[in-house]
Design a protein around this ligand. Structure first.
Ligand code: ASP
Length: 586
């Protein structure tokens, strides 16, 4: 037996007990004739004491211990003279009588304590050391609890957990596929699933009725703080349901998870449901952060054509937000905001501001407008003395709204309105079926091509497809899309029609999705579902800034695993076997 107790277990009531502990040396301190060692394992830290006077040989051994040595000790639990109320084991220490080094350690490249001195890249390279830190480990523990609660809830509602393959054909979800060459079928490739979308639909055709899976999905797209090339979904599908049934089921699950895992009561009220167009108009986003207001005020009627400012007179959209109490912003602070909206990621042409002061409205476009227009501006935005109005305009209304959204989020952050311990959930519903892609010069599915149009909009597929709304919904929490799904098409003819609108020839649609359209000919039930982003959900619960922190072995921003040094080149022999040749370097 390596140990009789863990390093997080012993309390004052255990004083006098003889125990065996095993773990890692976090720290040793020599004070006079005493040596103190913090012994760590997954469960906590226990202080060990070695006394030169009573056992010199043993104390000498202890003085040789390095950080992260793995040791085993036998000793007796004793009450601590200097208690540490911050540690659960802080009332006791172990007077050690036997010490055995189980394994030595090189000096770790960074401190393995809550606040490490290691930079991101270094900690990722030695992620197995980083994971020894209690705050990092806590994120994985939370993730585990979260998954257990999901399984418990869905099982109680009759969902079956069914695995689907990882080597599949392409499953379009709007990103690039990762592809895997097939040795047995030279020149042919599998694709890793962007999600199990078509497979879960086939499980509905197969009569499984309620499916879920905690599943890895793979998307080859540019990375951000909330994106990884492989990420985990809680993927769900139900038969014989309408949008309301799905929303009700998963709202219940979300409330359950918040209560069980986060200890947060979302209350009895159903979540807010906001049509997509309203979310875009009021907040410039399909995932509005509802922890705070600062809603957009459209200012076309106040500022377009009422003064000499050409930028506004040519705009398709002029919108503003009112930042409470920010009229005191200095020139420097306002320049900072201007630079922010003009940065390449945001792309606005500029920022107009107006301070509301005792002496009236003072704006960066004063010279173009009469005092009456400026006071109308304050009235329309609800700005009072001391407030700052920030205005963005542009020739493309949707783009300008998105820019204003980024500014709203920044101001919300600055004003402390985005409290990580407060949660505001809503459903965004009634998404458009399609969006225009400038790049591809065609309509693209806004959710995915298997999403059903609103039944009343089906006739418009021929006349005005861009105006067709979908039976699609996203669950949004604090400005993060945590889940999304739709009612699916279950009719082969309608599915073929959607592929046609998306620009597929009948042959191409048959080649790529024949398996699904054929299945629909064998009695497909009406069905629908959704998927949650597990990593995003857990990071919200843990208050993390990046989903990487709740993933055991994440990739960096260039999609690399710096610990495994992947991706990497492969041997020529492997390429030959796959009949692959690399293009010469350009
Ligand atoms: N497969 C979808 C996605 O990954 C979710 C769904 O429609 O169920 O976003």
């Amino acid at each position: 037996m390596y140990r009789s107790k863990t390093c997080g277990q012993l309390r004052i009531g255990d004083v006098g007990q003889q125990v065996t502990l095993a773990g890692w040396v976090q720290r040793t301190r020599k004070m006079g004739g005493m040596t103190f060692v913090d012994l760590r394992d997954r469960y906590g830290i226990t202080q060990l004491v070695f006394n030169e006077e009573t056992n010199k040989a043993l104390c000498d051994e202890a003085n040789k211990l390095g950080r992260e040595f793995v040791i085993q000790i036998v000793g007796s639990v004793s009450e601590r003279y200097n208690k540490n109320p911050k540690m659960p084991t802080g009332d006791i220490e172990i007077i050690v009588s036997e010490l055995k080094v189980l394994n030595a350690s090189l000096t770790p490249p960074f401190t393995i304590e809550e606040n490490s001195d290691g930079g991101d890249e270094l900690r990722m390279k030695y992620r197995y050391l980083d994971l020894r830190r209690s705050n990092v480990r806590a994120n994985l523990e939370l993730r585990h609890k979260f998954c257990l609660a999901v399984r418990h809830f869905l099982d109680s509602k009759g969902f079956l957990e069914i695995e689907t393959p990882v080597l599949v054909g392409s499953t379009p979800e709007g990103a690039r596929d990762f592809i895997v060459p097939s040795r047995m079928n030279p020149g042919q490739f599998y694709a890793l699933p962007q999600s199990p979308q078509t497979l879960k639909q086939l499980l509905m055709v197969a009569g499984m009725d309620r499916y879920f899976q905690i599943v890895k999905c793979f998307r080859d797209e540019d990375l951000r703080a909330d994106r990884q090339p492989e990420f985990t979904q809680i993927d769900c599908e139900m038969s014989f349901v309408e949008q309301d049934d799905i929303i009700r089921t998963f709202e219940e699950m979300t409330k359950y998870l918040f209560k069980e895992v986060r200890g947060y009561d979302l209350g009895e009220q159903p979540f807010l449901r906001m049509p997509w167009i309203e979310a875009m108009t009021r907040f410039g986003s399909d995932k509005p952060d509802m922890r705070f207001g600062m809603e957009f005020v459209e200012l076309m009627d106040v500022l377009k054509g009422t003064g000499e400012f050409a930028v506004f007179n040519e705009a398709e959209y002029i919108g503003g937000i009112c930042a409470k109490g920010c009229a005191v912003y200095t020139r420097k602070q306002l320049d900072e905001l201007t630079n922010f909206v003009k940065s390449p990621q945001i792309g606005a042409k500029g920022l107009v501001y107006a301070r509301v002061t005792e002496e009236g409205v003072k704006s960066s476009v004063d010279k173009f407008y009469s005092p009456e227009v400026l006071s109308l501006l304050a009235e329309k935005t609800g700005a009072e003395v001391g407030d700052l109005i920030l205005i963005i305009s542009g020739p493309d209304a949707m783009k300008a709204r998105k820019q204003l959204c980024e500014l709203r989020l920044l101001m919300g952050e600055r004003l402390g309105l985005r409290d990580k311990n407060k949660f505001a959930l809503l459903w965004v519903v009634d998404f458009p079926m399609f969006e225009w892609s400038d790049e591809e010069q065609r309509l693209m599915a806004m959710h995915h091509p298997f999403t059903a149009p609103k039944p009343s909009d089906v006739p418009k597929l021929d006349t005005d497809p861009a105006s067709v709304l979908a039976d699609a919904y996203d669950m949004v929490c604090n400005g993060v899309e945590v889940g999304g799904g739709s009612i699916r098409i279950h009719d082969a003819v309608l599915q073929a029609k959607i592929f046609e609108v998306l620009g597929f020839t009948p042959e191409k649609a048959q080649e790529q999705f024949g398996f699904l359209m054929n299945a629909f000919k064998y009695g497909a039930p009406p069905h629908g579902g959704l998927a949650y982003g597990l990593d995003r959900f857990v990071s919200l619960f843990a208050g993390l800034d990046s989903i990487r922190d709740c993933i055991a072995f994440p990739k960096n921003n260039s999609g690399r695993d710096v610990m495994l040094d992947a991706p990497s080149a492969v041997d020529q022999a492997q390429l030959d076997e796959l009949q692959l040749a690399l293009a010469p370097k350009a």
